[in-house]
Design a binder for this molecule. Sequence first.
Ligand code: PEP
Length: 249
Amino acid sequence: MRQYIIGNWKMNGTKTDAKQLATTFVKRVSEANRPLPHIVLCPSHPYLMAVAEILKDSPLEVGAQDCHPENKGSFTGDVGAFQLKDIGCQYVLVGHSERRQHHHETNELIRRKLEAAIKEGLRPVLCLGESAEERAQGKTFDTISKQLLAALPSDVMPQDFLIAYEPLWAIGTGLTPTRAEVEETMGFIKHELSTHTTGGALVPILYGGSVTGRNAPAFLSLPHLDGLLVGGASLKVDEFWDIINASVR
Ligand code: PEP
């Protein structure tokens, strides 16, 4: 499967920064002389339209960082999946740990967001991961299984969505699991998907958490890894480009 490299810019930068980053990556991709992975840029909401406009005739794609489960209505400050699709988004992150933590998002709400996104023709990236405490208590698989099974749509079409395994203790900390740990968790997620769904074994599974240009090659060469979700390093042109170039398929 062709790998995915997704950049989550979070709440960073100005409109000028967003446009510059997008323009630079379009140029680099157009000059690249090797097969590239799927590349998705996820700016914050105010810059989505500007970035979507820059990427529109390129192979790069645009994603949002969150959506509301309803399409319209009295939800001040929220943005619906329908609106994201309307302005040219193809992807949306759902259940990122920073949303679960700071906005108290539940598995039930995340399932509704996932379903809304799929219904509107977006590809949601379902983020899952255990906290340091859960890991210390040996509850990693239990946590991931609960998050996954509670959010899974009833009919899984593997092309409908992606999964990003992002241990909370690895996000923005410089800490990462070992390759063997990532491989084991990928295997567990694939096993859960194939046990509980039809077609789920083919859902792409990404790793995220303190990915850098240095550690990306080791992760991307894992046989079961379908790509990376990158936070901080996706804001640095050369480093993100190194990560893109570390893709192996
Ligand atoms: C993220 O927030 O999705 C993430 C992976 O962040 P970082 O790469 O900065 O750890």
